[in-house]
Design a protein around this ligand. Structure first.
Ligand SMILES: [Zn+2]
Length: 87
C-alpha cells in the first residue's frame, strides 16, 4: 500500500481517510493521517468551507480519541433524547 497520497514535492506526508460533506454542503470535513517531516504521526482534521479559508488542526492520537469519544457521546445523547420523545 502506498502510504502517502500527496504528489509533488511536500514536507508533510498525508493519507486521506475520509471527507464528509456537512451543514448542507457548506463545509467539507476532512480526516487525514499525517506524518510531518520532524514530528510524530497524527490525525489531521480539516474544515473546508465552500467559500473562504480552510482550517487545519493536528491532533495526537490521544486527542483524536477524545474527539471521537465526545462525538459518539453527543450522538448517543441525541438518540436517547429522540427515543424518549417518541414515547
Ligand atoms: Zn509523502
Amino acid at each position: 500500500m502506498k502510504w502517502c497520497d500527496e504528489s509533488g514535492v511536500h514536507t508533510v506526508h498525508r493519507h486521506y481517510v475520509e471527507s464528509i460533506p456537512a451543514d448542507s454542503g457548506r463545509w467539507v470535513l476532512g480526516v487525514n493521517v499525517v506524518r510531518p517531516h520532524s514530528s510524530t504521526t497524527g490525525v489531521e482534521l480539516a474544515t473546508v468551507p465552500r467559500h473562504g479559508r480552510s482550517t487545519v488542526v493536528r491532533l495526537g492520537t490521544h486527542e483524536a480519541d477524545l474527539l471521537h469519544e465526545a462525538i459518539r457521546e453527543a450522538v448517543e445523547r441525541i438518540q436517547r433524547r429522540a427515543g424518549r420523545d417518541d414515547v
